[in-house]
Design a protein around this ligand. Structure first.
Ligand SMILES: NC(=O)c1ccc[n+]([C@@H]2O[C@H](COP(=O)([O-])OP(=O)(O)OC[C@H]3O[C@@H](n4cnc5c(N)ncnc54)[C@H](OP(=O)(O)O)[C@@H]3O)[C@@H](O)[C@H]2O)c1
Length: 266
């Protein structure tokens, strides 16, 4: 945990799930944590739960689908604490419907939040990182940022897009000492399946079996923080099946294509 000491760390998605878990985890370190998501009251709840620990907090509510607010928020945060060392992107929404059933509006909404919101924020904090010749972007993508499964067409596309963007950013910024770590979880037990969008834009409002049987948030945080501190480029964090799926797709794509038609993804 020494790696995080004294650092300014911005966690988007800090009101729930993986982002909240990382906030609890990093609160034990003497660092500054900027907490973002849409629901300010939930960010305050997370801050209050950790108020007797070592970290200092800044609450910065934002909606990843509102680019103007992202710019305003970056200006406010930089005014308050100067710069960001580690930008952790854990905000996002999932999907639980077929291509045929999912409206184009929902496809765009998923892309707006998961992809454009994340890259907008990363791009906005980048100039200060370049100026300081130091910084890191940590992005929670997904195993479906590498493979793709039924009922996740838009979600999977948004996560694949993140890999394309951040792999380019990593290469461009190597000489400026700005790093990129892509965290690719399989199933982790959070609210993601409750909040996942159906084709008409309503929320699924149900805990999937796959999620319920997934890793705990604490297990995810243990592995994720070690990977960040080791400055790994890409890490797979999940159960045997999800991680194997990535390797089967890479080395036996025809076999993967046959398996994925039949797997249970809810
Ligand atoms: N759990 C898994 O199995 C799993 C697997 C692979 C990848 N992931 C990825 O991990 C990330 C975190 O998901 P989670 O599992 O922690 O789910 P979660 O419990 O539903 O948390 C999602 C977080 O994203 C925030 N968020 C959603 N829409 C937003 C928006 N428009 N603007 C700003 N923040 C927004 C939510 O906060 P507000 O509602 O307050 O805005 C919440 O803090 C997501 O990117 C997800 O795709 C999760």
């Amino acid at each position: 945990m020494k790696y995080f000491e004294g650092k300014h760390i911005w966690i988007v998605g800090a009101s729930s799930g993986l982002g909240e878990g990382l906030t609890h985890f990093l609160s034990d370190v003497d660092c500054t944590l900027v907490l973002s998501a849409r629901r300010e009251e939930e960010l305050i709840r997370v801050r209050e739960a950790n108020k007797d620990k070592k970290a200092k907090f800044v609450i910065a509510p934002l909606d990843l689908a509102q680019p103007e607010r992202i710019d305003q928020c970056v200006a406010e945060v930089e005014e308050q604490i100067g710069y960001i060392d580690i930008m952790i992107q854990s905000g996002g929404i999932s999907q639980r419907d077929t291509v045929l059933n999912t409206s184009m509006e929902v496809q765009r909404q998923i892309m707006e939040v998961n992809y454009f919101g994340a890259i907008h924020l990363s791009r906005a904090v980048l100039p200060k990182m370049v100026e300081r010749q130091s910084g890191m972007h940590v992005v929670v993508t997904s195993a479906v940022g590498i493979i793709s499964t039924p009922f996740r067409s838009g979600y999977s596309a948004s996560k694949h897009a993140l890999h394309g963007f951040y792999d380019a950013l990593r290469a461009e910024q190597h000489q400026n000492n700005v790093k990129v770590t892509l965290l690719c979880p399989g199933y982790v037990h959070t609210n993601i399946s409750y909040n996942a969008l159906m084709g008409d834009g309503s929320q699924q409002q149900k805990l999937d079996n796959a999620q319920a049987n997934g890793l705990s948030v604490e297990q995810f945080c243990e592995i994720a923080t070690k990977a960040i501190a080791a400055e790994k480029e890409e890490v797979y964090i999940g159960g045997f099946k999800e991680v194997m799926g990535i390797y089967v797709k890479r080395f036996f794509p025809g076999l993967f294509s046959r398996i994925v038609r039949k797997i249970a993804v809810t």
